[in-house]
Unconditional design. Structure first.
Length: 83
């Protein structure tokens, strides 16, 4: 990249792009009918939100269960060491 800069190729490319841009004909925009587009509402995306909520609740339950199991095993190990 530095060699391109040192050789002046980037400036040349930039100058050519600036020169060609005004020479291009103006683009014609087509009118788009509203029926081609579809707006998603919350009711359409409800299943995605339900899956997201169920996954969050499930992962929270599993995390809490792991914490409880770990604390029970740790308590059992400590009880066994004290005897």
């Amino acid at each position: 990249m530095r060699r391109y800069l040192d050789a002046g190729l980037l400036e040349r490319l930039y100058a050519e792009l600036q020169h060609r841009a005004p020479l291009k004909p103006e683009l014609r925009f087509r009118e788009v009918t509203i029926s081609r587009f579809f707006a998603f509402y919350v009711s359409h995306l409800m299943s995605a939100f339900v899956v997201l909520l169920v996954g969050t609740v499930f992962s929270s339950v599993v995390f809490t269960a792991e914490l409880i199991v770990k604390s029970l095993y740790k308590a059992e190990e400590n009880f066994g060491v004290q005897q």
